[in-house]
Write a protein that binds this ligand. Sequence first.
Ligand code: MOS
Length: 714
Amino acid sequence: MKGKIGKSIKKIDVAEKTGGYARYIADMRFESMLHAKTLRSSKPRAKIKGIDIPEIPQGYYIVDRNDVPGKNRVKMIVNDQPFFAEDVVNYIGEPILLVVGPDKEKIIKILSEIKVYYEAVKPVFTIEEAEKLNTTPIYGEDNCFADYEIEKGDPDEAFGRAAKIVENEYRTGYQEHIYLEPQGMIGIYESNRVTVYGSMQCPYFVKNALIQGLGWGGDRIRVVQTTTGGAFGGKEEYPSLIAGHVAFAAVKAGKPVRLIFNRKEDIQATTKRHPSIIRLKTALDDHKKIIATDVDIKMDGGAYSGLSNVVLQRAMFAATGVYNIPNVRVRGRAFATNNVPSGALRGFGGPQAFFAIEMNMHALADHVSEDPLDFKIKHMLKKGDHTVTGGVLRQDVKLDEMTDMVLGMSDYRKKYDEFSKNDDQVLRGIGLSLFYHGCAFTGSGEKDIIKAEVKLKKREDGKVLILIANVDMGQGAQTTLRKIVARTLCIPVDDVIYENPDTDVVPDSGPTVASRTVMIVGFLLDKAAQELKAEWEKAPEVEVHKVYEQPGYIRWDQETFEGDAYPVYSWGTNVVEVEVDPVTCEIKVKGIWGVYDVGTAIDERIIQGQIEGGISQGLGYATIEVMNSKDGKILQDSITDYIIPCSMYFPGIESKLIDSYYEYGPYGAKCAGELPFIGAAPALASAVQNALNVQIKRIPVTPEYLMETAEGEN
Ligand code: MOS
């Protein structure tokens, strides 16, 4: 590089010393590296009147809003979140400044001596309070990050002629990712450039956030993903914030700066799944058929908008589940509150919507005295039907075949009848859910926003490099994508090399989210491999470049939300059997069965992993993963208090994949990451409902909730 100043920073490789191969961010050391710790707001909503900072010893630094050379806003859909608080704070845990220096103990001492003077402003903690607008709005004029409405058919006319109108309201709680590896970043300022290493899903989101925060050209910014120990969406948008922190600190100190969260800090300060309140009003005709539904979705977006509007869109597009309902109105709102910002988590709005819809279908069936499964089946979507947004289901919908399979595997019908009249000491129940997940980005995001680019390069030694910005975060992209390329090129998988992405080397193939890595990026890699195969002999080194082209059948209007909300859907059906202790109301899961249509499975064992992990995480969400925020403070901020399922928790999962093929996915693959998660909670809740003969309207279904519900019904 030209214009190099000073000697270059030496990387000290800890992993090599200890013999490990995978280098996580905490394994990386650089010469003269400093540590950083964040001073966070202790108030949910306040004006900052002043900050007293003690005498700072030599070699230590305070990094705050004044050290952001560019724009003090984290680049996201809406630029409302500051890297460091300015004159106000909006949630407990909001970063105000960093203390940076060589000794961690000293940093903590300095932090304890800093005094922030706040003037409290009346905060907003719940969706209800946000809607009431009983204090100055946090965002906009109405406390809404987004307020959308979609309509299909003529709901007013249908409600007017309804034989019956039924209304139900459902609530879902927080969920925390609990990725094994907490968030962490290292920033380096060298040769007039910044390099950020870290645990992340989306290197180019981070790079673009740094371009905005530093106000520098992209050529001066480099982002390198380090081996990432789990993410589940939690490392989609959040890393952009702390990448800014280490970058600004590194520029100020002129030394590498490392910021790694401990678990408590990670739980308190990072994003979580949006809590929701979903109300469904349904019109039925004389034949017990649904003719219309009016759905009102409200989400707690927390203090900054983040990805809330897209999470909300995904929930809205799922608002009728797998059922064909001719007349629909959906309103969706994501509210601003003084809670920690909500964000991406596996399923991205889908799990909230599907819980409500599936429980509502069950409740409606009870209401008209019909078997819930038969009631669902008679409304099931088929190929050629129209979605809520008026998109056409062009590909096969094999829900009937899949339902038959899962019924056979679980012996559902017999058990359901038996458990329904059950008056044993042990209360048993069985529940079934039907669901889908829209594959890849919503709407025209791939075409209009992402515009994915991939490269494949044949080296002189005959090995092939995959050059993309997507990451393996434990979901198996390293295996799946290398298999696709190797298969197309007819070379051994070991001859395909796919390194952790470095934005100096790889093009922007988009974020590692929404199951787009296999379906969209994998498809481009397959096309690139076909071209490379044709040009293999042309030169010792050959590079092929491919850019995303939207399949011709997709129609979408982002202004009106009309058309194909997704290129294609993956489908699933899930049965869960439970035992509920009549005294303690504890739920024991006795059996889990699932049948899925994910298109072609590139690697069946990876899909198996997604199914087992997804169901377990979904059942955790439905039962034991209790997270409450009191006065803006997360109460369960350790993995002792926030309990996630362990391998002993659930019985073996019996699952099957059905044959299916998607023309625009690599070898026919669709999406598989979120899908198995989505069906778990409604199947579990339906099973509990069957066991106790109560209506479940909230997750997590805790023993306390069951006791209250049982009492209320007696
Ligand atoms: Mo994922 S929730 O699409 O990062």
